[in-house]
Design a protein around this ligand. Structure first.
Ligand code: SAH
Length: 246
């Protein structure tokens, strides 16, 4: 793995991201472990390791302003859930620079969850917990152990907004935020998700343009109706409120 690139350092400076002592080394160690594991398990499609500093680390850190937008419940640390963590982006970079916050990573694939556990151990990150399971079950009404729990729920590359919202919103507490890392299609996907957001009692509070994409921020204004999320696979198979194309 190669050390932080000039492009990365400059982007961080312009975006207002500052690092405490040892944090850059810690991020470097994460990339090292990620790319080592990627030799045998497909965790990232970004083969150019130089690019990884922007496409993985910086991209994850563009969520930092959203993490400061919300107060944790009094007397508790900020509780963040990352859904569909894959190789650990955005959760690991965020956990490294926000040691005061507690991160729960939800990953459906057993092999990936296993690797994420080994990453957290190797990096000595005590503020990361891995949950091998599906968001549909963890967020289910009554039976889901993570329903209404988190201050913020994040996701990158989990699916279009209508899909990601049904998976993420139930896990957020009332008044909590959902922050999705999106690309250029954000506006189009938001338009498509209008009905879904309404059905999930969620509002779009803003979209932040960043050098690597767009952060779409949603707020869970009221409790999620009991019927959401629907059963495993259904959110993706038949996105909420999106009419079947003729
Ligand atoms: N966030 C990572 C990985 C994106 S790939 C990144 O941006 O690099 C999407 C990941 O979500 C895959 O690892 C997949 O196993 C997981 N996933 C998909 N649907 C899920 C669900 N319903 N619940 C939990 N994890 C899911």
């Amino acid at each position: 793995m190669i050390p932080p690139t000039e492009e990365f350092k400059q982007a961080c400076a312009e975006f207002g991201i500052e690092f405490d002592q040892g944090e850059k080394e810690h991020l470097y160690a994460f990339l090292d472990i990620l790319y080592e594991a990627n030799q045998t398990t497909n965790l990232t499609a970004i083969k150019d390791e130089k690019e990884a500093w922007m496409r993985h680390i910086f991209d994850a850190l563009t969520l930092l302003p959203v993490l400061t937008e919300i107060e944790p419940v009094e007397g508790e640390p900020l509780k963040v859930c990352d859904v569909g963590s894959g190789g650990g982006v955005p959760a690991f970079p965020l956990a490294i620079v926000r040691p005061d916050a507690q991160f729960t990573l939800v990953e459906a694939t057993g092999r990936k969850a296993e690797l994420l556990n080994s990453f957290a151990e190797k990096l000595g990150l005590k503020n990361i917990t891995i949950e091998n399971g599906r968001a549909e079950q963890l967020g289910a009404f009554k039976t889901g152990k993570f329903r209404d729990v988190f201050d913020i729920v994040t996701a990158r590359a989990l699916g279009r907004i209508a899909v990601a919202a049904e998976l993420c919103v139930p896990l957020a507490r009332e008044g909590g935020l959902i922050a999705l890392i999106k690309g250029q299609k954000a506006e189009e996907e938001l338009e498509e998700a209008k009905q879904a957001l309404h059905m999930l009692h969620t509002t779009h509070t803003g979209t932040l343009d960043t050098p690597t994409g767009k952060i779409v921020v949603l707020e869970k204004s009221r409790r999620t109706p009991k019927i959401y999320p629907r059963r495993d696979g259904e959110p993706k198979r038949s996105p909420l409120g999106v009419g079947k194309k003729a």
